[in-house]
Design a binder for this molecule. Structure first.
Ligand code: 5RP
Ligand code: FE2
Length: 215
């Protein structure tokens, strides 16, 4: 069963609680939280304080996507704030394996993220230690960008390795996912779809979610 993780990046932050409750009621599986530091990516968004405030608002897992330099500094704070999954960019980690161990030891699920131009071979050695592999289908930093189909062979490759190695991590895609691009991701082997604008920019979120999952 494919899961959907609406990204609150495209929500109305003045009514964030209602926005989260609306997508939960509409069939969301995870709430995707985009953390940006203005260094790793040009944009600045939210930190552990907001994660802590939204934790009691929903029963859904909080899927925290860290787009920050040197994420080791903040893993514990996000874990304490109530993150369910903490994902870090391969490109932001000098010692990726150590960072993944840090997340696992913090008692939360761990994820590794790759930018569109980063080869999947760079994460093969750590696959047995992660709960999630997130393949960016846009360059990170902003919502509402166009899906990059050059990432599809990377999804297929990771799905092949998952099978070959008998592993159970989830394969998530993020960026430009909508009813047209979702089937391509699912066909390639993704089982978690992040969608920001394609969910929050629609009035009927339940319908938007259903249309992405069953286009
Ligand atoms: O990580 C992200 C951007 O860096 C967001 O999760 C992503 O862009 C979601 O927005 P959309 O679905 O509108 O592309
Ligand atoms: Fe994201």
């Amino acid at each position: 069963m494919t899961k959907i993780a609406p990204s609150i990046l495209s929500a109305d932050f003045s009514i964030l609680k209602e926005e989260i409750m609306d997508v939960e009621k509409g069939g969301a599986d995870y709430i995707h939280v985009d953390v940006m530091d203005g260094q790793f990516v040009p944009n600045i968004t939210i930190g552990p304080l907001i994660v802590k405030s939204i934790r009691p608002v929903t029963d859904l897992p909080l899927d925290v996507h860290l787009m920050i330099e040197n994420p080791d500094r903040y893993v514990q704070q996000f874990a304490d704030a109530g993150a369910t999954i903490i994902s870090v960019h391969q490109e932001a980690c000098v010692h990726l394996h150590r960072t993944i161990q840090l997340i696992n030891r913090a008692g939360v699920k761990s994820g590794v993220v790759l930018n569109p131009a980063t080869p999947v071979e760079t994460i093969k050695p750590i696959l047995p230690e992660v709960d999630l592999v997130l393949l960016m289908t846009v360059n990170p930093g902003f919502g509402g960008q166009t899906f990059l189909d050059m990432v599809l062979p990377k999804i297929k490759k990771v799905a092949e390795w998952k099978k070959e190695l008998g592993l159970s991590f989830e394969i998530e895609v993020d960026g430009g996912v909508n009813p047209e691009t979702a089937p391509l991701c699912m066909e390639a082997g993704a089982n978690v779809l992040v969608a920001g604008s394609a969910v929050f920019n629609k009035n009927d979120r339940a319908k938007a979610i259903q249309t992405i999952l069953n286009p």
